[in-house]
Design a protein around this ligand. Structure first.
Ligand SMILES: *[C@@H]1O[C@H](CO)[C@@H](O)[C@H](O)[C@H]1NC(C)=O
Ligand SMILES: *[C@@H]1O[C@H](CO)[C@@H](O)[C@H](O)[C@H]1NC(C)=O
Ligand SMILES: *[C@@H]1O[C@H](CO)[C@@H](O)[C@H](O)[C@H]1NC(C)=O
Ligand SMILES: *[C@@H]1O[C@H](CO)[C@@H](O)[C@H](O)[C@H]1NC(C)=O
Ligand SMILES: *[C@@H]1O[C@H](CO)[C@@H](O)[C@H](O)[C@H]1NC(C)=O
Length: 310
């Protein structure tokens, strides 16, 4: 009798697993509706996904009037890391109806679209990021912008921490000897301690006395509860891999061009297999956790029914 009831339960279990597999999807978290991206500047594309972090995806710039008509290829066949940086092209006409499409390699006929945003040629922006007190999660991708001194050709950038701007502690190297373009994409290292007193220090390569500081900003730890710490730890190793990938692309090419980014990402594919598989494990655990309340309830209902029949 017990054996027979196990056979009755199995189809329910596999049905809920199949349901979990079909539910894979992608949701853009940036850009959002109404965002303005400056042509030639670095911006973040981020997305949530239930698919494995080693799944491959491609990104294209399109307009929402004319979906499927690619204006610009942002990145092709990169890993599903949840965030990348890109440089909006300068050769598209100004408009407020741009969208980014995400094409999963596993299902190319079903693209996902971002909300619509503008690309502007305006360079008169006087807001620099991070702004005072801005909060970022450790492990998240952000864009740093700074005022360009035309006399400075190359800069090195460091993540610093401290209460006194004259006595900051060196936390991490963001980039060394890159062109002084005024903007760069960066992934805050996932192990960065929570704190409200972080700065970026931008140092002229030729004259280390010429220094620009960002506003003071806050880093929030990404681990929020003991229950999720295991998942967070493997997610953390995946994002620190992405951080290395992006910062190596940045320091070697001095520009976060999408091609440098995607080639760096794909060339790291082989060596990163351990990290990717732990990230895969964590995201499939995530999916399983999502489904299990329903799955468990139906299994319990089944046992209850069978017990009643006995
Ligand atoms: C994306 O994921 C984050 C963290 O899990 C969550 O806070 C946010 O609401 C999600 N956003 C969307 C649009 O699903
Ligand atoms: C813009 O330039 C890129 C190369 O930098 C090219 O691939 C793309 O097709 C161009 N787009 C338009 C709309 O001219
Ligand atoms: C930016 O300006 C250039 C010429 O200066 C023009 O060809 C291009 O269409 C403009 N692009 C945007 C996004 O405004
Ligand atoms: C931060 O540390 C690196 C490596 O130890 C060093 O090269 C760099 O000069 C330091 N930066 C600052 C602003 O102290
Ligand atoms: C800065 O250094 C680079 C190479 O180290 C050199 O090519 C450049 O001319 C220097 N610029 C200035 C303003 O000294």
């Amino acid at each position: 009798m017990l054996f027979r009831s196990i056979w009755l339960v199995l189809p329910v279990l596999s049905a809920s697993l199949a349901y979990a597999a079909q539910k894979e999807e992608y949701i853009f978290t940036a850009p959002l509706d109404g965002d303005v991206i400056t042509a030639g500047h670095t911006a973040v594309i981020s997305w949530n996904s239930t698919a494995s972090s080693s799944a491959l995806v491609s990104f294209y710039l399109e307009t929402d009037k004319d979906e499927g008509n690619v204006l610009y290829t942002i990145a092709t066949s990169i890993e599903n890391t949840g965030a990348i940086t890109w440089r909006a092209p300068t050769n598209v006409s100004e408009g407020d109806d741009f969208v980014i499409s995400l094409i999963p390699e596993a299902d190319e006929d079903h693209p996902y679209y971002s909300e619509s945003f503008s690309i502007s040629n305006s360079t008169s922006s006087t807001t620099y990021y991070p702004t005072e007190g801005q909060k970022y999660d450790a492990g998240s991708t952000m864009v740093l912008t700074w005022k360009v001194d035309d006399n400075v050709q190359y800069v090195s950038i460091y993540l610093m921490q401290g209460n006194n701007i004259h006595a900051l502690q060196n936390i991490s190297t963001v980039a060394t000897a890159i062109e002084n373009t005024g903007n760069i994409g960066y992934i805050i290292p996932s192990g960065t301690a929570m704190g409200t007193n972080y700065y970026f220090e931008i140092v002229s390569v030729n004259d280390t006395d010429t220094v620009v500081y960002s506003q003071k900003f806050t880093v929030i730890s990404e681990v929020t509860s003991a229950e999720t710490s295991a998942a967070a730890a493997s997610a953390a190793s995946a994002s620190s891999l992405a951080a290395k990938t992006i910062s190596s692309a940045i320091s070697s090419t001095s520009a976060v061009s999408s091609s440098a980014l995607s080639s760096a990402t794909s060339s790291s594919g082989g060596s990163s297999s351990t990290t990717s598989s732990s990230a895969t494990a964590s995201s499939s655990t995530g999916a399983a956790v999502e489904v299990s309340p329903k799955g468990a309830a139906s299994i319990l209902a089944f046992f209850w029914m069978i017990l009643n029949l006995l």
